[in-house]
Write a protein that binds this ligand. Structure first.
Ligand SMILES: [Zn+2]
Length: 220
């Protein structure tokens, strides 16, 4: 594809990144890649995260190839379980991780300054046609989290609402995961655990939802 200007620079940066990978990363992990080719992948954890460029799970968790099965979408949303004939990307990832790979953990990870959550906050003020073709309709899947936050905290400043909604979206996602029969069955048999985490882009701090207190607490 012939592109000019900034695209050209991006292209060069990607190629340079690949060359660095081949020169440094590949020799170091070559045996691991060979083993993963021979034996297949057996990650113990699935991470469901936002597509945001600042919250790459492999970077945050210092993961090696084969460690993490990662699914990312805008605003790390778990769609409601729907056993219909529609096309379900995130659900397909969940099904493969749980039934195919038999992961032992699903981590639902939200993050600070999430643009998808910002769009969800805007939807409250919107009437009529949404301003984007796909984004606003997608994030509206998390409308129950928005309603709850606006009911409980409507007088809080916008910046606080953003964080509260990022957290509530994680709680909503975890409760929805429990309505997927193949997930619920593995949780109840003790073969798998669910986790709700939030990563702050501003200070690099990871918070973990404590199911006992229903509060997010920093990971030490
Ligand atoms: Zn995001």
């Amino acid at each position: 594809m012939g592109q000019k200007g900034d695209c050209d620079m991006t292209d060069k940066k990607l190629i340079f990144g690949y060359q660095t990978f081949r020169a440094q990363h590949w020799p170091r992990f070559r045996e691991l890649y060979e083993r993963l080719t021979r034996d297949g992948q057996k990650p113990k954890a699935m991470i469901l995260a936002c597509a945001d460029s600042r919250v790459d799970p492999a970077t945050i968790f210092s993961a090696a190839p084969g460690d993490l099965f990662v699914c990312r979408n805008v605003a790390n949303i778990v769609p409601p379980y729907a056993s219909d004939r529609g096309l379900h990307s995130t659900e397909a990832g969940l099904e493969f991780a749980v039934n195919g790979l038999k992961v032992e953990h699903i981590v639902l990870m939200g993050h600070g300054q999430c643009g998808g959550i910002e769009a969800l906050l805007q939807t409250d003020a919107l009437e009529g046609e949404p301003p984007t073709e796909f984004i606003h309709r997608w994030v509206a899947l998390a409308a129950p989290a928005l309603r709850l936050v606006l009911e409980k905290y409507k007088d809080r400043p916008r910046r606080e609402l953003q964080l509260l909604l990022e957290e509530e979206n994680i709680r909503l996602g975890l409760s929805r995961l429990m309505t997927y029969p193949f997930i619920r069955q593995r949780i109840e048999s003790g073969e798998m655990a669910l986790h709700g985490w939030h990563f702050s882009v501003a200070d690099g701090i990871l918070m973990r939802l404590n199911p006992e207190t229903d509060c997010f607490e920093p990971v030490r």
